[in-house]
Write a protein that binds this ligand. Structure first.
Ligand SMILES: NC(=O)C1=CN([C@@H]2O[C@H](COP(=O)(O)OP(=O)(O)OC[C@H]3O[C@@H](n4cnc5c(N)ncnc54)[C@H](O)[C@@H]3O)[C@@H](O)[C@H]2O)C=CC1
Ligand SMILES: O=C(O)[C@@H]1CCC=N1
Length: 273
């Protein structure tokens, strides 16, 4: 029996991009549809599709049910307001699992009146079960709560638990936002191909399939990324010429470092709102 079968009622507050990506994973991994309640006043197409596929109702506000797990998946900017409406649905037995960027365990605990809080950071490949989440358990989280949070996050892919909450801002900046960096690289590689005279759709096809192929190869081959890179790089060949640019002191490494620092700072800022 799947661990998700044993969790009991789960309430998802915020059925947006990330909430729905997770919810689909839970249902596919064995969460009984009757154990999932969706709360969203403005559900999007993906939420409506999921509701239709699994016969779920989307509530515009949290109703009386006190779920075993309340998953908070609204934007950090409105989370304080949303928490004010959730007090009646937090029971003694309710674990809170937040995926909101930046929002600390302390402010979630204060806003919801419970210390049974897990703060986590998944990413959008969760949609296809290939995500990775970081998670930190608050001080009042029991072993059984942690198992429940782990089961929910594991339905979306890998889970890494951290002891220090501050690490989650770094996780957000690396893997939470990370898929966007890779998609932007596809856009940039396609643009570079167009600049070399390739038709737009061909440049995009080449760039996109290159990243898909490279990611699939990395999944299939446990060799370090540096070895996979070396396997492409013939001595004094074309890749070496390109890597001289990418790996220069002002190349991709310092650029990504700046991007990750900016994301981390924004995560910390969102937590101060
Ligand atoms: N998109 C991503 O890649 C990731 C997002 N997150 C976090 O997930 C959370 C949601 O982000 P997205 O899904 O991208 O945003 P989104 O805008 O797609 O979803 C937010 C949803 O919350 C709903 N909502 C607004 N007010 C509400 C209320 N009072 N009660 C219930 N629902 C309400 C909106 O209608 C919307 O459907 C954020 O806190 C974000 O930091 C975490 C990891 C990755
Ligand atoms: O951009 C954001 O704030 C969210 C958190 C990580 C990915 N998306």
């Amino acid at each position: 029996m799947s661990r998700l079968h044993e969790i009991g009622p789960v309430m998802l507050v915020g059925a947006g991009k990330m909430g729905i990506a997770l919810a689909r994973g839970w249902l596919d991994a064995g969460l009984p549809p009757g154990n999932l309640v969706l709360v969203d006043p403005v559900p999007g197409d993906a939420a409506r599709e999921l509701a239709e596929d699994f016969g779920l109702v989307i509530n515009s506000e949290a109703l009386g049910l006190q779920p075993n797990v309340l998953v908070l998946a609204v934007k950090p900017q409105i989370i304080a307001e949303v928490m004010k409406t959730l007090a009646p649905v937090i029971g003694n037995h309710t674990l809170v699992l937040s995926i909101a960027a930046g929002v600390s365990i302390a402010s979630l605990s204060e806003g919801l009146g419970t210390g049974r809080v897990v703060r986590s950071m998944p990413n959008t490949p969760a949609q296809i079960g290939k995500g990775i989440s970081g998670a930190v358990a608050g001080p009042d989280v029991a072993r059984q709560d942690r198992d429940a949070a782990d089961a929910l996050l594991a339905a979306a892919g890998q889970v890494v638990w951290f002891d220090a909450e501050g690490d989650l801002d770094a996780v957000t900046a690396v893997s939470g936002s990370g898929p966007a960096y890779v998609f932007n690289m596809v856009e940039a590689l396609a643009a570079a191909g167009i600049a070399q005279g390739l038709p737009e759709h061909v440049a995009m096809q080449l760039a996109r399939q290159t990243v898909i192929g490279a990611a699939a190869l990395m999944e299939a081959d446990p060799a370090p990324a540096s070895v996979l890179r070396q396997n492409v790089t013939s001595p004094n060949g074309t890749t070496a010429a390109a890597l001289d640019v990418l790996m220069a002191s002002d190349g991709l490494t310092p650029l990504l470092e700046r991007a990750v620092v900016a994301a981390r700072q924004r995560s910390e800022e969102l937590g101060r709102n």
